[in-house]
Ligand binder design. Structure first.
Ligand code: HEC
Length: 186
């Protein structure tokens, strides 16, 4: 029941944000065929987790985020579609976003970085979701770099990569400055 409610809430959030976009806010329409088209520039903010897509994939593949002290103690079923509802995920927070969440900040500093490992239903690692804050103003999601891949072997075709990815921000805008993970970490 609780899960159903969460999913319903998230769906409503997506619909609300989509309609806000249609109602002529400053979001340019995604061009081309992909709903993941980024709508804003990604500046290099020297974050713990890189935003250059090639560099990021190597970083993820090497498991470099595992050095972050702030990490969930084990994987748990995702409340979102990462990558299938209910499949296990595990979140790692860099020191910047961890300190910000710890003090209950409403807005996280530039450079805040989060990596989420995504597993299949047999516990095999099958990709990552990443968020890095690149601007002071989250600007409806354009101030965050969003990235998701469902491959652990090839950097070629990420599901999402860039600032202002509408599908990601559509769910995440109900979070604490776009962060949805339960905090303190479990
Ligand atoms: C339908 C809703 C939904 C969509 C769409 C969505 N997410 Fe999430 N995301 C969640 C939820 C819920 C969590 C909290 C952890 C969990 O239960 O998986 C989460 C957690 C995360 C986290 C860990 C940090 C945090 O905010 O908790 C990252 C990183 C992330 N998502 C990235 C992305 C990216 C990148 C996209 C777009 C490709 C995306 N998400 C799309 C629901 C969503």
């Amino acid at each position: 029941m609780k899960n159903n409610l969460t999913i319903t809430t998230l769906l409503i959030a997506v619909l609300l944000s989509l309609s806000a976009n249609i109602l002529g806010q400053d979001q340019p329409k995604a061009s081309g065929t992909s709903v993941f088209d980024p709508t804003a520039e990604t500046p290099d903010v020297n974050s713990a987790v890189p935003t250059d897509v090639e560099e990021l994939f190597s970083y993820l593949k090497a498991g470099s985020y595992k050095k972050f002290e702030a990490q969930e103690s084990s994987s748990h079923p995702s409340r979102g579609p990462h990558t299938n509802p209910g499949w296990p995920v595990r979140v790692f927070l860099d020191p910047t976003v961890n300190a910000s969440l710890e003090t209950g900040s409403k807005s996280h500093p530039i450079g805040s970085s989060i990596v989420k490992e995504m597993f299949d239903d047999e516990g095999g690692l099958q990709g990552w979701a990443v968020m890095v804050k690149t601007h002071d103003d989250s600007a409806g999601g354009k101030g965050w770099f969003w990235y998701e891949t469902t491959s652990t072997t090839s950097a070629a075709n990420p599901v999402a990569a860039g600032n202002g990815v509408q599908l990601c921000q559509g769910c995440h805008f109900i979070g604490k400055d776009f962060v949805l993970t339960t905090y303190p970490l479990q």
